[in-house]
Ligand binder design. Structure first.
Ligand code: ZN
Length: 133
């Protein structure tokens, strides 16, 4: 794994959270993007070498809506940048981690992504992401 690429934060109201995080970080979001397959709208902030991703559900049945229902707003996942997502998926699978997808999926911000089940990582939802070139 190369580095922490971003931290994902589940929010109820993206507009309000964008304003708040813009103030907190001292710079506005640089990108908003909907990922229909995940039923979310995302908003990205650059913080030095890392990013913050705010996520608002577009559906009451979406994974972010369910996460907020269970645990409230807050840190939803930690994303690690990888050079070769398929190789990392194979390595982690062999190590016994439960992957939530068998194939890399198209995520926000020009990335291929794969999630690791929180039960495999001490309650943390881990995202692997690889830049699409
Ligand atoms: Zn993410």
């Amino acid at each position: 794994m190369i580095r922490i690429e971003h931290i994902g934060i589940a929010v109820k109201n993206l507009q309000a959270a964008e304003e708040l995080y813009g103030k907190l970080l001292g710079s506005p979001c640089y990108k908003r993007e909907e990922v229909a397959s995940q039923a979310v709208i995302t908003s990205f902030f650059q913080t030095g070498p890392n990013k913050i991703e705010l996520l608002e559900s577009t559906s009451p049945d979406g994974p972010i809506a369910k996460a907020i229902e269970k645990r409230g707003e807050g840190i939803h996942h930690i994303a690690f940048e990888v050079a070769d997502i398929r190789a990392e998926m194979a390595r982690l699978k062999a190590e016994g981690f439960a992957l939530l997808n068998d194939e890399p999926a198209k995520g926000a911000d020009n990335k291929l992504v794969c999630f690791i089940h929180p039960k495999s990582a001490n309650g943390v939802l881990v995202e692997l992401c690889q830049e699409i070139r």
